[in-house]
Design a protein around this ligand. Structure first.
Ligand code: SAH
Ligand code: SF4
Ligand code: F3S
Length: 454
């Protein structure tokens, strides 16, 4: 290949894990001498990193793929890769559906992209979906931001929520060692990154597959221990983590977050349903009362903490009364943000074959009603920022207004203010909030008194 035909494009669907995987795969491609192409039509290697959490996420992939498969008929040298969760779920059958594909690779194989592509360039059509031990990545990820970075701490999920494809496509839990995680964060600190987000589908499970336990029988490596272990890495100003599971969320973790100044006071703890019977059929392993106690505890230690979550409406058999329990929980907690979704039956999951599925009309009606409430509550929660001075980590220019920059508060509210991105990128700026909306804020930077030289 000449340099002109060594361009790659990646489109990423789905969650933060996929984003992190894409950054690592982009790093591998660059290491192989490929250059990024924003336009897929100018690229010779196109990789779709896919999501299958709901049916509409999966369908989106097929429509993107169809277009490039057609292009391959006139450009046979084009290399088409499907990675991620649809790849894992569909495997070989993807090749039957789209014979133009060169490589189908599950999420556990992301770090092996170079080997797999080599097999493709040797003339093979490759499917890599078998369960493997995830290799530590030796290539540098090509990260989208140079201010904030994702750091995987645990891959996979051992839960069995009855609606969810993730355990099937991401495999069993595999924790990285604290040393490997710290080394990655130290490197990020040296490179000038200011904020990291530790990632896991069920991050509270971190460490339970690693050897070692304390004299009391507790795992030696828990998320709480990890936070203490990495919080002093030089250069890193903020630490976030996601996603928390109410079943495993501990007071010890809450205490650590309150105690460690770099850990942001933002908790993403999905509750999925406000009804105990539905929670039980989802196999979530907690009650709505336990969920409320967790949030009370968080607020006892950190009264201003921001709380976000995920919820599903229209789970099979959900009655109007049970749905109203979800509304009630949403109303009572007052989430800063809530990701909502209508239940989507997924292949290979228990709930998909139950015969008490609800109609699309009922699901979309409930979704609308919940979203309406979410907006009201988020707007109420935003009010508390009015007139306050918040610390904002500047990430980028406001794409809608070049005179403004944007960043996030510790509580994860998107905040805009007037300023020059070239001067402010990566800085923590104190901003007085002058306008509040449901999911974003606007403010003015507070002048810091210049030290008087005498
Ligand atoms: N590990 C996280 C979330 C993983 S998936 C947790 O346990 O909460 C992200 C969100 O997608 C879930 O929280 C859930 O709200 C939603 N989701 C998962 N499967 C779904 C399905 N079949 N239909 C609709 N929403 C779903
Ligand atoms: Fe899915 Fe449940 Fe695992 Fe979350 S904890 S990824 S919802 S199975
Ligand atoms: Fe989607 Fe896979 Fe993430 S199914 S939500 S990309 S784990």
């Amino acid at each position: 290949m000449t340099t002109s035909n060594r361009r790659y494009h990646i489109t990423t669907f789905g969650c933060q894990m996929n984003k992190a995987d894409s950054e690592r795969m982009a790093g591998i491609l660059e290491d192989m001498g490929f250059e990024w192409s924003e336009d897929p039509n100018q690229a010779n290697v196109i990789l779709y990193n896919t999501c299958t959490i709901r049916d509409n996420a999966e369908q989106k992939v097929y429509s993107y793929l169809g277009r490039q498969a057609k292009r391959k008929h006139s450009e046979p040298d084009l290399t088409l890769v499907v990675a991620g969760c649809v790849a894992q779920q569909e495997g070989e059958s993807l090749l039957r559906r789209v014979p133009e594909l060169d490589l189908v690779m599950g999420p556990q194989h992301a770090n092996r992209l170079k080997d797999l592509l080599q097999q493709v360039f040797d003339g093979n059509q490759v499917v890599a979906t078998e369960a493997v031990h995830i290799m530590e990545d030796i290539t540098k990820p090509r990260r989208d931001s140079n201010v904030t970075a994702w750091v995987n701490v645990i891959y996979g999920c051992n839960e069995r929520c009855t609606y969810c494809v993730v355990p099937g496509v991401r495999g069993v839990e595999q924790s990285r060692t604290p040393e490997a995680i710290r080394a990655e964060i130290e490197q990020l600190g040296r490179q000038g990154y200011k904020e990291i987000t530790l990632l896991g589908q069920n991050i509270d499970a971190y460490g339970r597959d690693l050897p070692g336990s304390t004299p009391e029988g507790r795992h030696l490596h828990t998320l709480t221990d990890l936070l203490y272990y990495v919080h002093d890495v030089p250069g890193i100003e903020r630490i976030r983590f996601a996603t928390s599971h109410p079943r495993y969320f501990t007071e010890r973790l809450i205490k650590a977050c309150a105690e460690l100044p770099k850990v942001c006071e933002h908790f993403h703890i999905p509750f999925q349903s406000g009804d105990n019977e539905v929670l039980k059929r989802m196999s979530r392993g907690y009650t709505q009362e336990k969920y409320r106690r967790i949030i009370d505890k968080v607020r006892e230690y950190m009264p201003d903490a921001s709380i976000s979550a995920d919820a599903i409406v229209g789970f099979p058999g959900e009655t109007e009364q049970q749905f109203e329990n979800t509304l009630k929980l949403t109303e009572d907690i007052g989430f800063d943000m809530l990701n909502t979704a209508a239940y989507s039956p997924r292949p290979g999951t228990p709930a998909a074959v139950w015969d008490n599925q609800l109609s699309e009309e009922v699901k979309s009606d409930r979704l609308q009603r919940l979203n309406h409430l979410v907006n009201i509550k988020a707007a109420e929660r935003s009010q508390r920022y009015m007139g306050r001075i918040e610390e904002v980590l500047v990430e980028d220019q406001n794409p809608k207004d070049a005179t403004q920059v944007m960043g996030r508060t510790g509580g994860n509210r998107l905040t805009f203010f007037t300023g020059d991105i070239n001067q402010l990128k990566g800085q923590l700026v104190k901003v007085k909030i002058t306008e509040v909306r449901a999911f974003s804020l606007t403010g003015v930077p507070v002048k810091v008194q210049e030290p008087v030289l005498v």
